[in-house]
Design a protein around this ligand. Structure first.
Ligand code: SAH
Length: 347
């Protein structure tokens, strides 16, 4: 366990219930205390002192032996549609972003899985400064808890679509899924969680083997290797065929359809010929396409196509029987495009 090897006290927020149970037993305490502590942590309580159903001596022992990881809100930007974008300060001085969005069915939390990113997708702001480090499962959970605290509402859905590549931080991400899905924790159903990846094919296969019921979203952005190599550099390692085979395996193994994200960029990947090619490539797949007019990033030349072009692109896929939606653009005017608020802060 990484946290215990360091001189620091372990962050109990990063523990699954099982890990917390062994920690509590190692302190010579009865196992059921772990469930009580777990519930408190997931209610957002930040001090052992506030865990009023624990004996005083245990609260003191915990304060000496462990900690509860925290983040502070440095800035919140609220857009007209109610979307809230947070700049969060981590204990080590780093900053990350998280977003909450209101939908008909409740609040969705969009969280980061790494500080920065090393995938290098051309139009993405998160990748501009490279990667700083992975986030821990506790830091992923804390983003959700901080937003719940700020909203005074429970989050019903979670999307791993903030900064970072979740499948590059595989173990912590899997642990996070187990923690948030736990009935004694915040208990968000697997079907209400979406994991978005730029396409680490072997990790998609591993994920499939876990047979979780999460939605897998794959950032496709191009229907052929020549173009995808240029937009999403990881394609050079895992070309389209390898990626799509992994996606088919995901569907066969889990029974879940895959979502393909396609950021439309004017003059680069938005031609109707490419729409037809995309239709051919996805013809035999159980999938759904989400078109995202690109969110312009400072100092980058990428612009969204006109609304007419977006609809024409959508129609071509629809005519070919592929379910396709255009992402409702939330958070306009608040630097909600991935990584932009943090960048502004770094300058
Ligand atoms: N690394 C993962 C998850 C984070 S990015 C992935 O690549 O999927 C989440 C989604 O936002 C991806 O589809 C990504 O391509 C998209 N995205 C990043 N920057 C964007 C921008 N400026 N405009 C529109 N979509 C963007």
């Amino acid at each position: 366990m990484k946290a215990r090897l360091s001189k620091e006290k372990p962050d109990l927020k990063a523990f699954t219930l099982e890990e917390l149970e062994s920690f509590i037993r190692a302190l010579g305490q009865p196992r059921y205390r772990a469930a009580q502590i777990y519930s408190w942590i997931h209610k957002g309580v930040k001090e052992f002192e506030q865990m009023t159903d624990l004996p005083r001596e245990l609260r003191e022992l915990l304060a000496n032996q462990a900690r509860i990881g925290k983040m502070e809100i440095s800035e919140v930007r609220v857009s007209r549609d109610g979307t809230r974008k947070y700049l969060l300060a981590l204990e080590d001085g780093n900053a990350i972003e998280a977003v909450s969005m209101e939908h008909r069915y409740g609040w969705t939390a969009c969280i980061s899985t790494q500080i920065g990113c090393r995938m290098g997708c051309r139009f993405c702001a998160s990748t501009i400064g490279g990667i700083v480090r992975d986030l821990t499962a506790g830091e992923m959970l804390e983003q959700v808890l901080v937003m719940q605290g700020d909203l005074g509402r429970r989050v019903s859905n979670i999307v791993l679509m903030g900064s970072g590549e979740p499948l590059e931080n595989y173990d912590e991400t899997m642990k996070f899924l187990e923690i948030v899905n736990h009935p004694r924790g915040i208990n968000v159903g697997m079907r209400r969680i979406t994991l978005s990846t730029c396409g680490i094919a072997p990790a998609i296969r591993d994920l499939a083997d876990r047979r979780l019921q999460i939605t897998l979203a794959v950032s496709l952005h191009a229907p052929n290797d020549e173009l995808r190599d240029r937009i999403v550099p990881v394609n050079r390692r895992y070309p389209l065929r390898t990626l799509l085979d992994a996606c088919r395996y995901y569907t066969e193994t889990t029974g879940r359809r895959v979502t393909f994200e396609y950021a439309l960029i004017e003059g680069l990947n938005d031609s109707l010929e490419l729409a037809r090619e995309l239709g051919r490539v996805l013809r035999d797949m159980l999938c759904h396409v989400n078109l995202i007019p690109v969110n312009p990033v400072d100092d980058r030349p990428y612009r969204p196509p006109t609304r007419e072009r977006v609809h024409a692109f959508q129609n071509i896929l629809q005519e070919r029987g592929i379910p396709v939606t255009i992402r409702r653009s939330l958070g306009g005017g608040i630097d909600a495009a991935c990584g932009q608020l943090r960048r502004r802060h770094l300058r």
